[in-house]
Design a protein around this ligand. Structure first.
Ligand code: FES
Length: 134
């Protein structure tokens, strides 16, 4: 796909987000904030037998953070907690299809940081360093 197609896809996800809203009865929820811009996001996960059965995100942010959250929540649905724990910045880049550059990396990874944080919290584990650095 050309860069234009990736950018267009990102705009589509921003304008028509998937998995946006609250999730009543969530197994865990986690609020995350981008200290650099103040944008906020809450992630809700419904977990059953170690699998992310359902996921939603809520919050306000820039187009990259909202579109990424939309794509990444689609990706995470149905994954095991172990698979989610292993997600890296490269995983995020693969899913969204573009490299947002160093200045906007925190936008692209906000939802993944929140999702992984929620999974760690659910398992009563401390957040690992690679997630903290996203
Ligand atoms: Fe705040 Fe992108 S500018 S998340």
């Amino acid at each position: 796909m050309s860069l234009d197609i990736y950018a267009e896809r990102l705009i589509q996800y921003y304008e028509h987000p998937h998995n946006k809203g609250k999730l009543p009865g969530a197994s865990v929820e986690l609020h995350e904030e981008n200290v650099t811009c103040g944008d906020k996001m809450t992630i809700y996960l419904k977990i059953r037998q170690n699998i992310v059965e359902d996921i939603k995100f809520d919050g306000d942010g820039c187009a990259i953070s909202m579109a990424s959250a939309s794509m990444i929540t689609d990706f995470v649905k149905g994954k095991s907690l172990e698979e989610v724990e292993k997600m890296t910045i490269s995983t995020v880049m693969e899913i969204i299809g573009i490299d947002p550059g160093p200045a906007r990396l925190h936008c692209a990874t906000l939802s993944t940081r929140a999702i992984k944080g929620a999974v760690f919290a659910y398992q009563h584990k401390p957040m690992d360093l690679s997630t903290k650095e996203m």
